[in-house]
Structures are given as structure tokens and as C-alpha cells.
Design a protein around this ligand. Structure first.
Ligand SMILES: C[S@@+](CC[C@H](N)C(=O)[O-])C[C@H]1O[C@@H](n2cnc3c(N)ncnc32)[C@H](O)[C@@H]1O
Length: 216
């Protein structure tokens, strides 16, 4: 993956070109081929009660998490910049027999799309906050505040909280901390759940913390 310095600013449309290239080249090395274990644990084992309505997974990639969250009463939108990602996710959904009216995949820029009048009641953010450039984080927080309705749940799987010394100044993925999320969410969201001992993908042990933030 192309490497950017953590400091400074990037031009968003230039930065976005990197994602098209990654998908065109098929170098989606982040893809674990399954639902995030921490999300599954939260919903299945811990029986987290999700609001009903409409949910969104920005930067959904092949859509495993959006498909997992979709259920009667909660329609999920998987959003990705890349048409190849959206095609792959839609094909996978169809092969799994999940109806398109439960999970739909759309080419969308998270920072710039028409917000439905009802807004979103659920969002899942994983490998997205760390994928955007750190100079875009304040916009990320403001955007979630805009698209989510009062009482909505933003589930954020905080990742990666650890990186080898020599990789810390570069990304994506960019190193993150719980404080980085507080800094951009606290004005409009309240942290209602956090579990640093959550289950993780085998190769991400010690790198993930699951959290849920409620839109004020
Ligand atoms: C690191 S990948 C993670 C994909 C997926 N969440 C997963 O874990 O498999 C980040 C994804 O975000 C998408 N992306 C990056 N910027 C985006 C934006 N502004 N709006 C929507 N998707 C974006 C990229 O195309 C890429 O598929």
C-alpha cells in the first residue's frame, strides 16, 4: 500500500485516488475475509441492542460487517469509494442469499453524499478511521454527527492501537488511540461502551478496542 506521512495535510481527492488504485491492483491486504470477531462478540455474545432503522458501514470493502449487521428492521448500507469493492460486496451478498433490501452496497464518498431524511441509526466504523489521513479526522467526527440521528449508535472498532516503532509515522493504516476518537466525537457523542479485552482477528491481537458512542 502507498505510504503517507502522519503529519501535514493531504488533498482529499488526491488521497482518494490511492484507494481506486489499490482496488484496481487487487492489493486489499487488510481483508480478513470475515466479520470482525469483536463485532460478532458484541452483538451475539453480549447481545448489544441495536436501534432499528437504517445503518451504514463507511469504507465497507467486501461488506462482511454490513451483511452481518443487516436484519429485519435494520437495513444496512455498505458505502465504498471503489466500484470494485461495491461489486465484490454485492456479489458476495447475493451468493449468501441475503436480500438486497436488507443490505445494499453503494459507491459513495463518506464525506460527501446525500443524507437520507431519516439519517442513520447505526454505524460501524472499522479500518476506516485509520484509513483516512489524520488531517481528515475532525471532518470524520463532524460527518458522523451530521448523518446520525439523536440516540443513534456508532460502533467504532478502534484499530490499530499498536504499530511497530518504524511504522508509526506512516499509514494507512495510521496509528490511533482512544483519545483520537474522543477528540473528534465528544462534542456530539457520548461513549457508552468500551471493551479493551474484545475478541480480535488472530493477527490483530492487542491492536483493537471495541467502543460504542451514542449520538447526543
Ligand atoms: C482499509 S480498507 C477497509 C475495508 C473494510 N472495512 C475491511 O475491513 O475489510 C478501507 C476502505 O475504505 C474505502 N474508502 C476510503 N476512503 C473512503 C471514503 N471517503 N468514502 C468511502 N469509502 C472510502 C476504501 O476504498 C477501502 O475499501
Amino acid at each position: 500500500m502507498m505510504s503517507h506521512r502522519k503529519s501535514g495535510e493531504v488533498n482529499a481527492s488526491e488521497y482518494n485516488k490511492m484507494w481506486f488504485q489499490i482496488w484496481d491492483n487487487g492489493t486489499t491486504r487488510w481483508d480478513k475475509g470475515d466479520v470482525s470477531p469483536a463485532l460478532r462478540e458484541l452483538i451475539v455474545d453480549k447481545r448489544w441492542e441495536l436501534p432499528s432503522g437504517q445503518g451504514i458501514v463507511p469504507g465497507c470493502g467486501r461488506g462482511y460487517d454490513a451483511m452481518f449487521l443487516a436484519r429485519p428492521g435494520l437495513h444496512m448500507v455498505g458505502a465504498d469509494l471503489s466500484p470494485l469493492a461495491v461489486k465484490a460486496a454485492s456479489t458476495l451478498r447475493d451468493s449468501m442469499g441475503i436480500p438486497a433490501d436488507l443490505a445494499s452496497f453503494q459507491v459513495m464518498d463518506f464525506f460527501n453524499f446525500d443524507i437520507p431524511a431519516s439519517q442513520f441509526q447505526v454505524a460501524y466504523d472499522y479500518t476506516f478511521f485509520c484509513a483516512i489521513h489524520p488531517s481528515m479526522r475532525a471532518d470524520w467526527g463532524r460527518r458522523y454527527a451530521k448523518i446520525m440521528s439523536p440516540g443513534a449508535h456508532l460502533i467504532a472498532l478502534i484499530f490499530p492501537i499498536f504499530k511497530a516503532e518504524e511504522e508509526r509515522e506512516h499509514g494507512p493504516p495510521f496509528l490511533v488511540s482512544e483519545d483520537d476518537y474522543h477528540r473528534v466525537l465528544d462534542d456530539n457523542f457520548e461513549l457508552i461502551h468500551i471493551d479493551p479485552k474484545c475478541q480480535t482477528h488472530d493477527s490483530r491481537v492487542g491492536q483493537e478496542i471495541i467502543s460504542v458512542w451514542r449520538r447526543k
